[in-house]
Design a protein around this ligand. Structure first.
Ligand SMILES: *Cc1c(COP(=O)(O)O)cnc(C)c1O
Length: 375
């Protein structure tokens, strides 16, 4: 089935018109594009076009355009290259069975980008410009939205300080771009629980830091911990709070949920060092709709390990736009190595994954009007 959009596509289309489509001599041929998007990996391939606008201290945002996808001209002195003044978003365009193309809660991404920009002292992009830019790019490159099930056009909006200046200050020249990447599943193949390294030495953020902002710097800070985990045979890293090293926070790019045997679900509360995931928020809603008690709380690692051993905790999963829902099958650190649910995907984990994916693909009802039809 396909839902009627509660969000009027005419509004998105009108906002998109603020972005002028420039000529593109470099488009891939139909045959080439179809070959490329047949089975892309995640995030390696980019579409024909990008959305772009520019900001200066005096003028604000201007020059809204859809231009050919191409390398940026960037001065080597550009602030972002030295001081990492960058924030980003990630959302997907979904192809539905009737040929229409939809976004999932793009208004939530727009708001979060504003919150992230404020934290990094970058100018905000208005909600209308955000929605207009992602809609304009999706419409322009609609043929790049893969039709294979679970394949999507991943949209990556980002803001960065571009002025050539080596002093540290509030930026005076800033760029905003959206690029689009036809992508297959983040973890290809059948759903397989991941093993998690619990990092206790190198943290991605700390109290008063940038943890709640979606900024490139958090990812740069997470890599050393991530690779300590990979050296230990784990696929992902989980961070604990830097201040006390007691409480579970999140993975490098996904939030976490813990399922108890009585059916209630716990997830780390948004303390400021955790990224407020839209997938997290949506799953909380779907679980509550389904009668589950969901508790946002501080989850102590020691207690979690004990609860997994005793059977009190039956499932743990990670969630985020890219991978949707990923079961966690194992936690490891220098001092423990423990399996969750016999290393198998949990029942509720898979049910919530199928429900969320079903809504995104237009296969089941969308009770909260999360989907926005683009075209
Ligand atoms: C983007 C991100 C998430 C997931 O957020 P979604 O809105 O669900 O995609 C979680 N943690 C971090 C650190 C992130 O950057």
């Amino acid at each position: 089935m396909t839902n009627e959009s509660h969000h009027n596509p005419a509004r998105l289309q009108e906002l998109a018109q603020a972005f002028t489509v420039l000529p593109n001599e470099n488009k891939a041929s139909d045959a080439r594009r179809e070959e490329l998007i047949d089975k892309p990996a995640f995030g390696q391939l980019f579409s024909d076009s990008m959305a772009h606008m520019s900001w200066t201290k005096g003028e604000g945002w201007s020059d809204r355009r859809i231009e050919p996808y191409a390398p940026l001209k960037l001065d080597p002195g550009a602030s972002v290259l030295h001081y990492a003044q960058e924030v980003f978003e990630g959302l997907k365009a979904y192809h539905h069975a009737d040929g229409s193309v939809w976004l999932f809660r793009p208004d939530a991404n727009a708001e979060r980008l504003q919150n992230s920009a404020r934290r990094l002292y970058l100018p905000e992009v208005s909600i209308d410009d955000f929605l207009g830019s992602v809609a304009a790019l999706t419409m322009q490159d609609v043929k790049w939205v893969p039709t294979r099930r679970e394949y999507t056009l991943y949209l990556r909006p980002f803001i960065f300080a571009s002025e050539p200046f080596l002093g540290v200050r509030a930026p005076e020249e800033v760029e905003y771009c959206v690029i689009a990447s036809p992508s297959g599943p983040y973890f290809p193949g059948e759903i397989k629980p991941v093993s998690i390294w619990v990092e206790n030495k190198y943290f991605r953020t700390g109290p008063g830091g940038t943890g709640y902002a979606k900024c490139g710097g958090n990812y740069a800070a997470s890599l050393l911990g991530e690779y300590r985990g990979i050296e230990q045979g784990c696929e992902q890293v989980c961070f604990v709070d830097a201040a006390t090293q007691t409480y579970l926070e999140e993975l490098g790019g996904m939030n976490m949920m813990v399922v108890h045997k009585d059916g209630h679900v716990e997830t780390p509360s948004l303390t400021g060092s955790i990224l407020p995931g839209i997938t997290r928020r949506s799953i909380i809603q779907l679980l509550q709709d389904d009668g589950h008690d969901v508790v946002e709380t501080m989850i102590a690692l020691d207690q979690l390990l004990e609860d997994i051993k005793s059977g009190e905790v039956t499932e743990v999963f990670a969630c985020g736009t890219a991978a949707i829902v990923t079961p966690i099958g194992r936690f490891k650190s220098e001092t423990f190595d423990i399996e969750v649910n016999g290393g198998k995907p949990g029942e509720l984990t898979m049910a919530i994954r199928n429900q969320l994916l079903g809504i995104q693909l237009g296969e089941i009802e969308d009770p909260h009007n999360w989907m926005w039809k683009v075209c």
